[in-house]
Structures are given as structure tokens and as C-alpha cells.
Design a protein around this ligand. Structure first.
Ligand SMILES: *Cc1c(COP(=O)(O)O)cnc(C)c1O
Length: 381
């Protein structure tokens, strides 16, 4: 037996199955390959830096951060932006800086399954508060939980994964008020990984940044940009937040290759974002057609749809896989999540569903009680 940290014994590494099937709609990637103009830009950027790979990269990735600031607008510049290898590294930097041993991270479930891992890896306590039946945030329960738990970091995922639920700006503003407590105030991290897919009129928490030094908005190039393989996540916040991220990051954490190819992709944000409208349309089509099949569908502002509820969701997941369609078994009991695909992939998914649903048994939600009454859950404690 190796002297492994006790809390890691028996733990499995995170990961949705990476199966090689024709239609992969399980991890919310952008299904479109990069357009040729972006492929050319990325290739040229790589060629341009190759001879210089004998040197360490820019530790602070300034050129890339400047571009990301330009993309976000809102009067931001590179001092407000931090970047790392995927927003999961950004989130780890934030918890290293603001959470850690004896400190608590609070979030609203169901939500992203990686948060408890970031908390574990940074020795932070992880506390969750259930969302309402419609997956919105219960502010009264939150206020009570803040009084009881005194969290150091609150994570709000909007649009939320796996439910697709957007949180209105007023609610985020209230969360900032509720967590204001002098020296014991909490940092509020708003994870906007899917913000580009939100329906028109869904404001970004970037609008609240100017007056709120405790607010951090995280973004990623993995979803709307179609750049999951490039591994680039970033945040926008007060310069003081960026400064402390620079303290905890590993030296040279962002390779010269990553910085250059991500910069090239950001330069073509317009082209890449051209696909977002198409993906929204496919999402809306999935929502409408799944409802038409008599299923429950959570309203989505992301590039995926949560639907159900099935007595045996695993059987539905397996029946889809048998038909060459891979989706995700995630979320509360009975629900499944599917990512918006290309029109052809969406066709294939909906065709398979129309064959499967007539034989699937739905949960009798009428007899469900409000058992998930707002109750705080703790782990890593
Ligand atoms: C996909 C996703 C991310 C992005 O993670 P990366 O590490 O940037 O690929 C972040 N937050 C949520 C909620 C996600 O679903």
C-alpha cells in the first residue's frame, strides 16, 4: 500500500466515457470542426513560434489576456483577465487563493460535477444547497445557509450545467449583498461557461463587475468557441483577483503553444461565434421535439438539454448508445442530458428517441414529494 492521502483511496478519476461512436452528444462540445480560416491561423501561429520553443513562455500571457479582454468588452483590459489551461485550472487557482483548509465553498445543486473535485484537491470544505423544483436559486434558503455556514467562496453556474438554467442578474446582485459581511465576506464566482448560448436578453454578470471587487466571472473557450482541445479558460475580475491568481499558479503554466493558438482563435471569434446561432437553433429544436414526445424538458440557455424523467434512465441511455448516439447520464434521478449537435446529429438523436420513448416508462412525478427541501449538504468536512 502506498502512503496515499486517505481521502484519495478508492477514488476514480473524473471523466465521461470517451467512446468512439458516430454521434457524440455527451460533453457539450461544439460539434463543428474549426473553419479553414481558423485552421490556417492556428497553423501559422504554431509555425511562427516553433523555433522559439527553446525559451520559456510569457509567464503572464499578456498578449492573450489583452485579446480576451477585447473579446469581452465591458471596458476591461488585460489587468482584469486571468487565463489558464481550461476553466478548471482557473477555478483551481481561485480556490487555492480564496478557499483551502478550514474554508468553505458553497454551491447550488444539481450542478457541475467537477466542483467537489476542485474543493477536494484544494483541501476546501464543500457545501451544497439544493436548487428549487424549477432549478432556480432559493435566495431565502441561501441567506439562511450563509448565516449558518459562513462560506468563503460561493459558485453560481449560469447557465447551469446540467440543467441549462440561467440565473437573472438581480439574483446574482442579491447573492453579492447577502455575502457582504465585512472581513467575513465571500468571493462570488459566476461560472459562465455557456453564456454565449443564452437566449437574447440574458445579461452577463460582467455587467456587475465594475462595482463588485468580490465578483469573479469565469469563461471558457471549450464550448462556444469550439476550442475544447485547445484547453483555455479565463476569468474577468478586479485586478487584485488576477494578482493573487498569479501568486498561486505554477510557473509557466500556460505553454507558448496554448497562448499562440488561443490568441489566433480569439482573433477569429466572429467566425467561431457564427456557429452559436446554429447550435441554439438545434437546442430549441431538441427542446420542442422532446416535449412533443411527452417528456419533461428543463428550459435551457446552454448548448444542451436536460430531459426525462425516466424510471430507468440508464436503459434509455443504453438504447441510444445501441443506435450510435452517446449522451450523458447525469443530473437528478430520471433525467438525461444531451448536447446540441450538428443538424444531422440532432436528427439522428431525435430519430432514435422517437423509437425509444414509446417503450420507456416515465416517472410518476405527481406522487413526488418535496423531499429535497432546502437542506445544506456537506462533504470534505
Ligand atoms: C464545460 C464546463 C466548463 C469548461 O471547462 P474547461 O476546463 O474550460 O474545458 C466550466 N464550467 C462548466 C459548468 C462546464 O460545464
Amino acid at each position: 500500500m502506498l502512503p496515499v492521502r486517505p481521502e484519495l483511496v478508492g477514488q476514480e478519476p473524473y471523466g465521461a466515457p470517451q467512446l468512439d461512436v458516430p454521434v457524440r452528444l455527451n460533453v457539450n462540445e461544439n460539434p463543428f470542426p474549426l473553419p479553414p480560416v481558423v485552421v490556417d491561423a492556428v497553423t501559422e501561429a504554431t509555425r511562427g513560434l516553433a523555433a522559439g520553443l527553446n525559451r520559456y513562455p510569457d509567464r503572464d500571457a499578456v498578449a492573450l489576456r489583452r485579446r480576451l479582454a477585447g473579446y469581452l468588452g465591458h471596458g476591461l483590459d488585460e489587468r482584469h483577465i486571468w487565463a489558464a489551461n481550461g476553466s478548471n485550472e482557473v477555478m483551481t487557482h481561485l480556490l487555492q487563493a480564496f478557499a483551502g483548509p478550514g474554508r468553505r465553498v458553497l454551491t447550488f445543486t444539481p450542478t457541475y460535477s467537477m466542483y467537489p473535485e476542485y474543493a477536494r484537491n484544494t483541501w476546501s470544505d464543500y457545501v451544497t444547497l439544493p436548487r428549487c423544483e424549477d432549478f432556480s436559486i432559493d435566495l431565502d434558503a441561501f441567506e439562511a445557509a450563509v448565516g449558518q455556514e459562513m462560506p468563503h467562496v460561493v459558485i453560481v453556474t449560469t447557465p447551469n450545467n446540467p440543467t441549462g438554467t440561467a440565473t437573472p442578474l438581480e439574483v446574482i446582485a442579491r447573492i453579492l449583498e447577502i455575502t457582504e459581511n465585512g472581513e467575513a465576506s465571500a468571493m462570488v464566482i459566476v461560472d459562465e461557461a455557456y453564456q454565449e448560448f443564452a437566449r437574447p436578453g440574458t445579461a452577463s454578470a460582467l455587467d456587475l463587475l465594475e462595482d463588485n471587487p468580490r465578483l469573479v466571472v469565469t469563461r471558457t473557450m471549450s464550448k462556444a468557441f469550439g476550442f475544447a482541445g485547445g484547453r483555455l479558460g479565463y476569468l474577468a475580475a478586479a485586478p487584485e483577483v488576477v494578482d493573487v491568481c498569479r501568486v498561486v499558479r505554477l510557473p509557466y503554466h500556460l505553454s507558448a503553444v496554448t497562448q499562440a493558438v488561443a490568441s489566433a482563435a480569439v482573433d477569429h471569434a466572429d467566425v467561431l461565434m457564427g456557429q452559436v446561432a446554429e447550435l441554439r437553433a438545434q437546442r430549441d429544436r431538441m427542446e420542442a421535439e422532446l416535449r412533443g414526445m411527452g417528456l419533461e424538458v428543463a428550459e435551457s440557455d446552454a448548448n444542451f438539454v436536460l430531459f426525462g424523467r425516466f424510471e430507468d434512465r440508464h436503459a434509455v441511455w443504453a438504447d441510444l448508445l445501441e443506435r450510435g448516439v452517446l449522451i450523458r447520464e447525469v443530473g437528478p434521478p430520471g433525467w438525461l442530458r444531451v448536447s446540441a449537435g450538428t443538424p444531422e446529429e440532432t436528427d439522428a438523436f431525435l430519430r432514435a428517441m422517437s423509437e425509444i420513448v414509446p417503450d420507456a416508462v416515465l416517472m410518476d412525478t405527481a406522487v413526488m414529494t418535496d423531499e429535497a427541501a432546502a437542506q445544506v449538504n456537506r462533504s470534505n468536512a
